[in-house]
Design a protein around this ligand. Structure first.
Ligand SMILES: NC(=O)C1=CN([C@@H]2O[C@H](COP(=O)(O)OP(=O)(O)OC[C@H]3O[C@@H](n4cnc5c(N)ncnc54)[C@H](O)[C@@H]3O)[C@@H](O)[C@H]2O)C=CC1
Ligand SMILES: CCCCCC(=O)/C=C/[C@H]1C=CC(=O)[C@@H]1CCCCCCC(=O)O
Length: 314
């Protein structure tokens, strides 16, 4: 469905109010000099709409690539992006589920905005091929969301391969494609880590290791002093327990199963909508480089910006 800019502006503003999406950039614990946003400067054209709180307009006609998105958080992030006028290539190893979601989203948002592709992030070739196919359909990618993940202490190598190496390789494909100094248009890379990437969790130690690794990768790229000239930004989302299938754990998938269940109950479980809200705040921010957003059930969405490096002035 095609809306005129003014109708779209009205719909998205109203929707933002319903979801309680803040229109001001939140305060950070620590401020660093931001690099220019790849989303700006705004050119007024038929595709890019300005309105008072233009934060919600920035995704219009942007192209996103989301991994692990046939269900759970990835599916919800994809729908939120489509809702805001973006085009989305969402990918997963679950093909029939992905195709079903593709049909639903195509009917709702238009075939020209939606593409599902099989992509196994644990395979370099699968990632590279699906990324190439997405570029063939949409022309380019503006936003890479490395979301695919598993939590299974009995599949250590798979877990590191999917959660860490898959996200690193996805990020690097996006960097090579987006960097302005190599002919790209710039863009944003969001890695979906976890609060388990910021604090030790004794019943999922290897899951933690994979997510700590991803946070380290994020912090390293976010502190790259050349990001500004490459037009790149790196954001990292760290949800705590969230109501998706990943929490349907079998006993062998974690250590100290009963402790895990008790602690999960004590800490509470996020609604997917709250995590989507944090995700949108990050991707709609004028500059998310270095941001880490944590989302827990009992607290507000928390921001920190800590990508300044001891090396960046050397
Ligand atoms: N739900 C939670 O409590 C939290 C989840 N996360 C992270 O959020 C991300 C999304 O997880 P959820 O939506 O919660 O779980 P989910 O299990 O519902 O979704 C994960 C998706 O990843 C896909 N996937 C698994 N292996 C894959 C592979 N090799 N290649 C491509 N796709 C693959 C699955 O098919 C599934 O669709 C994960 O990275 C997870 O670690 C982070 C913090 C908390
Ligand atoms: C009902 C069983 C619950 C099992 C939880 C589990 O085994 C694994 C959960 C991980 C899945 C994705 C995550 O990121 C979860 C770990 C989150 C740890 C949260 C740490 C708590 C904190 O924020 O301090």
């Amino acid at each position: 469905m095609n809306f005129t800019p003014s109708v779209l502006s009205f719909i998205l503003t109203a929707e933002a109010e319903v979801y309680g999406i803040p229109t001001k950039k939140p305060k950070f614990h620590q401020q660093v000099q931001p690099s220019p946003s790849p989303w700006s400067p705004w050119k007024v054209s038929e595709n890019i709409v300005t309105c008072e709180n233009n934060i919600i307009m920035q995704l219009f006609n942007r192209v996103a690539f989301v991994t692990g998105a046939a269900q759970g958080l990835g599916k919800a992030f994809s729908e939120a992006l489509l809702n805001r006028g973006a085009k989305v290539c969402f990918t997963d190893i679950q093909v029939s589920k992905g195709k079903e979601v593709e049909k639903t989203y195509s009917d709702k948002y238009g075939q020209d905005r939606v593409l599902f592709l099989h992509c196994d992030v644990s395979s370099s070739a699968s990632l590279a091929n699906s990324f190439k196919d997405a570029v063939s359909k949409f022309g380019h990618i503006d936003l890479m969301v490395n979301n695919a993940g598993i939590a299974d202490e009995s599949r250590l190598r798979d877990m590191v391969n999917i959660n860490l190496i898959g996200a690193i390789e996805g990020s690097m494909l996006a960097v090579e494609h987006m960097r302005k100094d190599k002919g790209g248009k710039g863009g944003v890379v969001i890695n979906i880590a976890s609060t388990a990437g910021l604090t030790g969790v004794y019943f999922v130690p290897s899951y933690c290791a994979s997510k700590f690794g991803l946070v380290g990768f994020h912090l390293s790229w976010a502190s790259n002093p050349y990001n500004s000239q490459m037009g790149l930004q790196f954001g990292c989302l760290c949800p705590a327990f969230t109501d998706t299938d990943i929490l349907n754990q079998k006993e062998k998938q974690m250590l100290y199963f009963e402790d895990g269940q008790r602690i999960t109950k004590h800490l509470g479980i996020n609604r997917v909508e709250k995590v989507v809200q944090g995700f949108l705040q990050m991707v709609e921010s004028e500059n998310c480089n270095g941001d880490i957003i944590t989302i827990t059930a009992k607290e507000d969405i928390q921001y920190s910006r800590r990508a300044s490096s001891k090396m960046s002035h050397l």
